[in-house]
Design a protein around this ligand. Structure first.
Ligand code: PLP
Length: 487
């Protein structure tokens, strides 16, 4: 049983001991340095990491809360925003801020357009039309800011169906959204067509380029066929782009830019009657981490156009090799035709359960992300993956062989859990169960959940293994019996 440090030590401990212990906690974390993960981490090796840490450390304690105090941070922020606006073909009018990450950037756009719709068009019941593939941060924004998310379906190419978007717009629509690219399949929505609708109907169009913002510009320079997605599309009114993803900076940094300051003004918060003083804030956070802005600035300056071009070339060539290798496995197929760094693949054989393939891959040491609707596995390629293409494809072929004709493998482990979750028609039950799981993780017992094996465990309750999977299985069977026709 592991010792937990849940009591504040009566007396401070030695720094050496603490640092040793901290390092130890990470022993079982995914081995991202050996390219075993496919999202979450954008690692370029030790030299780049140490450089970012140094840049971060210079501004470790600096606070961007008040832009008039740490003027250094305001400068760093302005320069990152301007570089980003230029990359996205914005003119001098484009204005924006740095945020703590993609989610904050997306949330802010929802708030901005809700307020703008209210102020300019007196919209009281705001709605936004978003593709079903919009990142979940948009659903969060809808809930947090009371904007109804109206979901537009995809066309056969897995891009948002433009005709459907047009039909879903009504007088309460405060914004529409396209992604460049979207997270699940890596497809770029038809931004030019969405822009025409946005212009014609006078509705803001946000492009979520959290993933593509620092990749697509360089892909275009390299001659890849990138459809227009940025400020060159007249209807685009704002863009989110994450420096902490393909900008290869430290975590906690993203950007949101708007076509002009008049739109950005709707994002600002000012409260003039607080006893603590007049308060103004450009984004969501109060205290804003100076280190993250410094590291983002440093990454852009250090890599430069040539560095990003080189990285993008490696990423796109690696992604292409992986996609071709996967397509060459008769039982598998890539979803859609993603041109960039993100893609998903599924099984086209009844004999191969794709989630079971995921389990086999995890047994072989890979960290695998799973999708639902349809069931698929996901990959987000970084330059480091160039070194493991052969091994990944070799392991994938082995995993498919191991799973082929063995349906029982889809009924055990994570495959069973993800299969159940994807197939329960009453989504409210899934939601309830996940909320319960979260309550257990964040409640007084702080249980740890291993999603891969769906095991629940806690120091004081280690015998609770498989609880979550069992619960999901029970719900699934209940629903299946009740709604046989639906499943
Ligand atoms: C398209 C897109 N938008 C937004 C986000 C949210 O970004 P973050 O995880 O930095 O909050 C992501 C994350 O992967 C994304 O892929």
């Amino acid at each position: 049983m592991e010792k937990k440090n849940t009591c504040l030590p009566k007396k401070g401990r030695s720094r050496k001991e603490i640092l040793g212990e901290l390092r130890g906690f990470g022993k079982k974390d995914p081995d991202y340095k050996k390219s075993r993960t496919w999202s979450l981490v954008y690692y370029l090796g030790e030299a780049h990491t140490r450089f970012l840490q140094q840049a971060y450390n210079y501004y470790f304690s600096a606070n961007g809360l008040n832009p008039t105090v740490f003027q250094s941070l305001k400068r760093l922020e302005s320069e990152v925003v301007r570089i980003t606006a230029n990359l996205h073909h914005g003119d001098r009018e484009v204005a924006g801020v740095m945020t703590s990450g993609g989610t904050e950037s997306c949330l802010l756009a929802v708030k901005t357009y809700r307020d703008m719709g209210r102020d300019q068009k007196k919209i009281k019941r705001p709605e936004m039309v978003i593709p079903v593939t919009a990142h979940v941060a948009w659903e969060k924004g809808a809930k947090y800011f009371g904007v109804k998310a109206v979901h537009a379906p995809l066309d056969k190419s897995l891009r948002v169906d433009v005709a459907a978007v047009r039909k879903l717009i009504n007088r309460n629509t405060v914004m529409i959204l396209g992604s460049a690219p979207e997270y699940p399949h890596g497809m770029i929505d038809p931004i030019a067509e969405l822009g025409e609708i946005a212009k014609a109907k006078d509705i803001p169009l946000h492009v979520d380029a959290c993933l593509g913002g620092y990749l697509l510009p360089f892909a275009e320079m390299l001659g890849y066929p990138v459809p227009l997605w940025d400020y060159r599309v007249a209807g685009v009114t704002s863009i989110s782009a994450d420096t902490h993803k393909y900008g290869f900076s430290a975590k906690g940094a993203s950007t949101i830019t708007y076509r002009n300051i008049e739109i950005l003004k709707h994002q600002f918060f000012v409260y003039e009657n607080w006893p603590g003083g007049i308060f103004a804030s450009p984004a969501l956070l109060g205290t804003r981490p100076g280190g993250a802005y410094a590291a983002a600035w440093a990454a852009l300056q250090s890599l430069g156009e040539s560095g990003y071009r080189k990285l993008t070339k490696t990423i796109l060539e690696t992604a292409q090799k992986l996609k071709s290798g996967i397509e060459a496995i008769p039982e598998l197929e890539i979803l859609g035709k993603p041109m960039g760094s993100v893609f998903a693949y599924r099984s086209k054989s009844r004999d191969v359960n794709i989630y079971a393939v995921g389990d086999q891959m995890e047994k072989l040491g890979w960290q695998i992300d799973r999708l639902q609707f349809p069931e698929a596995l996901h990959a987000m390629v970084t330059p480091l993956h160039a070194a493991i293409v052969k091994k990944y494809l070799q392991d994938l072929r082995q995993a498919v062989r191991a799973v082929r004709g063995r349906p029982e493998l889809s009924e055990t482990g994570a495959a069973a859990m993800y299969g159940m979750i994807a197939n329960i028609p009453l989504r409210g039950m899934v939601r309830k169960s996940v909320l319960k799981m979260f309550a257990e993780m964040y409640g007084p017992d702080a249980k740890m959940i291993d999603a891969a094996t769906a095991n629940l465990s806690a120091d004081d309750d280690a015998g609770n293994g498989g609880d979550f999977a069992a619960r999901m299985a029970m719900i699934y069977l209940k629903v299946k019996n009740r709604f046989k026709k639906l499943v």
